[in-house]
Design a protein around this ligand. Structure first.
Ligand SMILES: Cc1cc2nc3c(=O)[nH]c(=O)nc-3n(C[C@H](O)[C@H](O)[C@H](O)COP(=O)(O)OP(=O)(O)OC[C@H]3O[C@@H](n4cnc5c(N)ncnc54)[C@H](O)[C@@H]3O)c2cc1C
Length: 599
């Protein structure tokens, strides 16, 4: 069977791998990514990857001195030859440092295909990113000989990474490279369906944005898939099928069902009171998580989809400080996500917050399943969501030819095709440039007379230099037409009369509204458009004793795109994420002082 792992390469190419934008680039975190930057430009078919030249970093050998220093973080353990040390899909005991013996690490896809990743002996350690937060293992490990080792559980592993800076950096790099390797090789769950099915594309994007290894099989073009479908008695009505590593078959699951089956969601102790609960894991929320957790606060983070928020949809962010060659939003988010886990933030993705109960003290937030999490403070970082313009037929073709972002998954679907893109902002500009490297032609439709008023100069210039991009000014979509399965034509009105563009791919970048529905029943004040008011604006103009990012409710802060009058930029969101932590410290110290004085 020929399978397509998450990066689109056949897994029969053992040494040829390419970095997936779902994860941080496997380079030195302090060095500008160069060779690994190719995917940010949309070239997800790059034949070479730095991974195969970096096995020494992926599988570093520890010195006796290092093992001795690490041993204080773990406990001794033994396994007999032939015994499983950890199993894919099951929560393991943590990182294992091998003192004696030999361990075989294998990856297995959900169809049962096994492949040896590596055999490790004394001085090596066994772990990848999942062990940072105690998530289920992504590989199997068997003792080939009797093994003696040291088990370092997740919370002690995080303590080790922080306490041992240089060693911690090497271990962290190895964990990230190993995850990248698994994504490239395509282990984990198998997604089976029709490659242009919107639900398959959406699940694929979900796993990709969460940096989770998976494999996609096209049920129409792969003859072996038909045999598989017969074996598990599934029909096209069940598409997309997800065959999980433990053998469970999910039929057309939603994101929550899939995440639950894969063991992503942590349990929350109802008795624990967090210092801060962050709603949203976009740039603002992730920055808060990193600063708050690294400064010793107990932190819970919730996001209903994936880390990165809107920035995760950006093919290349070129104006974020420190990345002169640009960085994809997913790569930036992937780095921040791992960083927040390293400092011990409890991250629950996907988890939608349904309501904020700020009448009680401490405050409670209500999860979609009705469970409640208690916290001293809340940071609203729920950002904004794409606006759906009023276009006849839009609902019908959502997921069947209309998209709200342009990731490598969508770009692949548009290869050599005519593409229509609506919007004149920077996000539209980035997407147009990115899609132009895949599509035959990109038609950019804007209502205004030009791009200059709404788009950064560098993007306007770049679009102007691309021969396969046409900007159509004063043009609006009236309706969409298609067949039973997909969009086929886009009808527009222009100053010169009606225009029909024959295209199966429509990208909409038409602005965003604040994600503040979940605040409906609490007393957090919002402006006329629903963005959250903070500082003096939330306190009748009063400045004394008012913190700049605090909302009208004490202990509830708002940052990033969801905040009224904020600058809608990644750097601004990250800056507010850092600033809000200082204000939270101030508030907690004030409360502490009051309670001491009152005691
Ligand atoms: C395509 C695109 C390209 C862009 N390019 C650039 C660029 O090049 N440079 C730049 O500076 N800016 C860019 N931006 C803007 C930038 O991405 C945003 O300013 C930034 O992401 C805002 O961060 P945030 O964390 O405030 O909100 P968001 O990024 O919107 O994140 C909010 C998060 O909250 C989650 N959420 C919402 N409601 C709930 C709920 N009830 N429960 C749980 N979770 C919830 C969402 O799932 C989301 O992940 C771009 C935006 C887009 C769309």
């Amino acid at each position: 069977m020929s399978t397509t792992p998450s990066n689109g390469h056949a897994i029969e190419m053992p040494n040829v791998v390419a970095w997936s934008p779902g994860m941080p680039p496997p380079d030195d975190p302090n060095v500008v990514p160069t060779g690994v930057n190719a995917p940010a430009s949309g070239d997800d078919s790059a034949p070479f990857s730095p991974l195969h030249t970096r096995s020494h970093q992926m599988f570093p050998r520890l010195t006796d001195g290092e093992i001795e220093r690490m041993s204080r973080f773990g406990t001794a353990a033994r396994w007999r030859a032939g015994e499983w040390m950890f199993r894919m899909g099951e929560v393991g005991r943590g990182m294992v440092i091998i003192l004696n013996g030999l361990v075989r690490v294998t990856r297995r896809d959900a169809l049962g295909a096994n492949q040896i990743i590596v055999e490790h002996g004394a001085g090596h350690f066994l772990a990848e990113v999942a062990q940072l937060s105690g998530k289920p293992c992504l590989v199997d490990g068997m003792a080939v000989e009797d093994v003696e080792g040291i088990v370092v559980p997740p919370e002690r592993l995080r303590a080790l990474l922080v306490a041992e800076a240089e060693l911690g950096e090497r271990i962290m790099r190895a964990l990230i490279l190993r995850r990248v390797g698994l994504i490239e090789k395509g282990s984990g769950p198998v997604l089976l369906g029709q490659s242009d099915d919107g639900r398959l594309v959406s699940l694929q994007g979900f796993l990709r944005r969460n940096g989770y290894p998976h494999t996609v099989i096209d049920a129409c073009s792969d003859p072996d898939a038909i045999a598989l479908l017969e074996r598990i008695s599934a029909s096209t009505a069940d598409f997309p099928l997800v065959i999980c590593p433990d053998g469970t078959v999910l039929r057309a699951p939603d994101e929550n069902q899939l995440a639950t089956q894969l063991g992503w969601l942590p349990e929350f102790d109802p008795a624990h009171v967090y210092d801060v609960a962050i709603v949203g894991a976009g740039p603002a929320g992730l920055a808060t998580a990193v600063y708050a957790a690294s400064e010793g606060l107990s932190v819970a983070v919730f996001d209903c989809r994936a880390p990165g928020g809107q920035a995760g949809a950006s093919a290349r962010i070129e104006n974020y400080l420190g990345f002169p060659t640009g960085i994809s939003g997913q790569a930036l988010a992937g780095r921040a996500f791992v960083q927040a886990q390293k400092f011990g933030a409890h991250i629950a993705i996907p988890t939608r917050i349904k309501a904020l109960h700020c009448g009680s003290s401490p405050i409670q937030i209500e999860l979609e399943n009705g469970a409640r999490v208690t916290t001293q403070t809340v940071v609203i970082a729920s950002g904004a969501a794409y606006r759906r313009p009023a276009i006849e037929g839009l609902e019908r073709y959502e997921g069947h030819g209309t998209y709200y972002w342009a990731s490598p998954v969508e770009a692949k679907l548009c290869k050599n095709a005519e593409v229509v893109l609506v919007g004149g902002g920077n996000s539209a500009g980035q997407a147009a440039v990115y899609l132009a490297s895949h599509a035959k032609h990109v038609h950019v439709l804007i209502r205004g007379s030009g791009l200059a008023a709404s788009m950064s100069h560098y993007l306007v210039e770049r679009i102007g230099s691309l021969p396969n991009v046409t900007v159509r000014t004063r043009t609006e979509i009236v309706s969409l037409k298609g067949d039973d399965r997909a969009l086929t034509a886009i009808h527009c009105k222009t100053p010169d009369g009606p225009l029909t563009l024959e295209s199966r791919h429509l990208f909409l970048f038409t602005g965003a509204d604040p994600n503040t529905d979940w605040l409906r029943d609490c007393s957090v004040s919002v402006d006329g458009k629903g963005f959250v008011l903070t500082g003096p604006e939330a306190h009748d103009g009063r400045t004394q004793g008012v913190m700049g990012l605090e909302t009208s409710v004490p202990g509830v802060f708002a940052i990033g795109d969801v905040r009224s009058t904020s600058t809608k930029r990644v750097a601004a969101a990250v800056g507010e994420g850092a600033a809000v932590v200082a204000q939270i410290h101030g508030l907690l110290a004030q409360r502490q002082a009051l309670s001491v004085a009152g005691a």
